[in-house]
Design a protein around this ligand. Structure first.
Ligand code: HEC
Length: 122
């Protein structure tokens, strides 16, 4: 009898602790906004290159012969398809950033949108 009573209490405590969860959804899962409405080379693309790529792809030290620290060179990689394919890690192009974490979807989308809009020097 005692065991059943204890078990009942235990179940009640477990269930009530579940239903008394007051954490706010927006604090647990902050809304990450990815604004792709006005992607530009200077505000979006070059900062991504500098943060994630140019440790290996600067003019001074261009691994694989790829330079990504100026508009002309990034444009060349963009138009060849290699820039997008490397960060999206598709179509057999060497996945980038090499040995690092894949760029988040927001950054990959910005690169895709910038290229689709003509890979402009904006
Ligand atoms: C740790 C060094 C390193 C980082 C960081 C890095 N790369 Fe590379 N990348 C290389 C090397 C080395 C190669 C030569 C090919 C190979 O070894 O995979 C290369 C090749 C490439 C190529 C040519 C791929 C091909 O298959 O022809 C592109 C495009 C490229 N990188 C873009 C990027 C972009 C964009 C980033 C940032 C998101 C980046 N890389 C970050 C080292 C790096």
């Amino acid at each position: 009898m005692k065991k059943i009573a204890l078990f009942t209490i235990l179940v009640y405590v477990l269930m009530s602790s579940q239903s008394c969860y007051y954490d706010k959804e927006e604090e647990l899962y902050p809304l990450v906004v990815c604004d792709t409405s006005a992607v530009t080379f200077s505000n979006d693309i070059l900062p991504i290159m500098n943060a994630s790529c140019n440790g290996c792809h600067s003019t001074a030290s261009a691994l694989g012969g790829i330079v990504l620290d100026n508009y002309g060179s990034v444009n060349t990689q963009a138009l060849s398809g290699n820039l997008y394919n490397s960060v999206a890690q598709i179509n057999g192009v060497s996945p980038m950033p090499k040995g690092g974490t894949k760029l988040d979807n927001c950054k990959i989308n910005k690169i895709r949108i910038w290229i689709a809009a003509g890979a402009l020097n904006n």
